[in-house]
Design a protein around this ligand. Structure first.
Ligand code: GLU
Length: 436
């Protein structure tokens, strides 16, 4: 098992050539830079800054996996709990070959701000295992998940830390986690995870929540920028749970999705892609590549197409100092966590591109996770229509709040969102006081 960044090019031998990027370290740098900027705006003390910058608890676990051929492989997993000031920690579990402690730290911090910004009563956490799930059987993934859950069992629970799906994990992963936790404590505890199958206490509307939320925000942002959605064009990078869903809901709203990409390649069709047929194509072939009626384009060109809306919905750090100046989209709505580096943010600000930050744009997932936890705690279930309506109203309330703060403080949307979130966490922390 390798922990190398798979997509990065081999270290170039030529002097002066760009070194291999450590995307986890970069993500953490970006998260810390965003916090520092907010702390400066808010005029917080150095002590409070340090407190907010550091995770409360970090756990690294070795996961011995018995493979189907009976050989044993050692994997590494993490759970980082960044903050508990406003409630139990909350955040997803990622299975990817790129997972590192620094990446998980960055993602955990972003969860704290996301939950705070959307006013759900949680702190932030994230978990990850350095594994490429495509190379393992379902039975192996079940063993990995159960062993990881057993290792982190002392620090999770419905009032402590509530995991959910992220890249490379799904409803089945959550069902295994819930079962492992429940068997160990001796009774069924549905609320220890969210994003579960409906049959074991999941919420209606959870699978589509992140992508639905991205599109509520994208439509609001297009209108705000004076662009009528029905006359707008879009590019979506990533065709997983978030990207495919967002492309579909954008198309439903009349936006012409002209190009999409996944980890295997990118495709373009000037007249717009039929997202429903494309989704069927991906289900049968595993990739967007080769979709009939589309032309292949290089993956880096995808991000630089002349469109109204760009939705990066894959991984961190894809919009960086080296490509940001070539981005032509008028509005960027971050479906992924951390897709824009601090250097790229500056270039977008200079070029007048409206960037709607991740902690606002992709918060639909954790909002419906919260709804799922509330429903589980009350053992009372909502209809899909109730979930969708409450999701939309929370997303749009947060959008208007961020716009108001941005105008009042003369900040861009990321700065305004981070300032709002950090201020709320700091307020909870201050009023609770320090123990001892
Ligand atoms: N993994 C998702 C995120 O990054 C959802 C987290 C959750 O529902 O707890 O927001």
């Amino acid at each position: 098992m390798t922990t190398e960044v798979l997509s990065a090019p081999a270290t170039p031998a030529t002097p002066g050539a760009a070194p291999v990027r450590d995307t986890g370290a970069e993500a953490l740098e970006n998260a810390q830079a965003q916090l520092s900027a907010a702390v400066q705006t808010l005029g917080f003390s150095n002590g409070l800054h340090q407190h907010l910058a550091k995770a409360r608890r970090e756990m690294t676990v070795g996961i011995p996996l018995r493979r189907d051929d009976d050989s044993v492989e050692m994997l590494t997993g993490y759970r980082v709990q960044h903050n508990f000031s406003r409630g139990p920690a909350k955040g997803g579990l990622r299975y990817s070959p790129n997972v590192s402690l620094d990446e998980v730290r960055a993602l955990a911090m972003w969860m704290t701000w996301k939950c705070s910004l959307l006013n759900v009563p949680y702190g932030g956490a994230k978990g990850g295992i350095t594994i490429d799930p495509r190379n393992y059987s379902q039975r192996e993934l079940e063993r990995v998940t159960r062993r990881y859950t057993s290792e982190i069992l002392p620090i999770i629970g419905p009032d402590k830390d509530i995991p959910a799906p992220d890249i490379g994990t799904d409803e089945q992963t959550m069902a295994w986690m819930m079962d492992t936790y429940s068997v160990n404590v001796g009774y069924t505890v549905p609320s220890v995870v969210t994003g579960k199958p409906v049959s074991v206490g999941g919420s209606l509307g959870r699978p589509s929540a992140t992508s639905r939320g991205v599109v509520h925000i994208a439509l609001a942002a297009l209108n705000h920028a004076g662009l009528a959605p029905a006359r707008s064009t879009a590019v979506v990078q990533g065709f997983g749970k978030v990207g495919a869903g967002a492309a579909g809901f954008l198309a439903d709203a009349g936006v012409r999705v002209v190009a999409v990409g996944d980890q295997y390649g990118a495709i373009h069709a000037a007249e717009g892609l039929d997202i429903r047929s494309l989704t069927d194509h991906v289900r049968t072939t595993g990739s967007v590549v080769g979709f009939p009626g589309s032309d292949p384009i290089p993956s880096d060109v995808l991000l630089e197409l002349d469109v109204d809306l760009l939705v990066p919905a894959a991984v961190e750090g894809v919009l960086h100092a080296d490509n940001a100046a070539r981005v032509q989209a008028k509005v960027i709505v971050e479906g992924a966590n951390g897709p824009t580096t601090t250097a790229a943010d500056r270039i977008f600000a200079d070029n007048g591109i409206l960037v709607v930050p991740d902690i606002l744009a992709n918060a639909g997932g954790v909002i419906v996770s919260y709804f799922e936890w509330v429903q589980g705690n009350q053992a009372y279930w909502w209809t899909a229509a109730e979930v969708e309506e409450r999701l939309e109203s929370r997303m749009l309330a947060a959008w208007h709040n961020v716009l108001t703060v941005a105008n009042r403080r003369s900040l861009n949307l990321r700065e305004a969102a981070t300032v709002t979130a950090v201020e709320r966490v700091a307020e909870a922390r201050q009023i609770r006081g320090l123990y001892p």
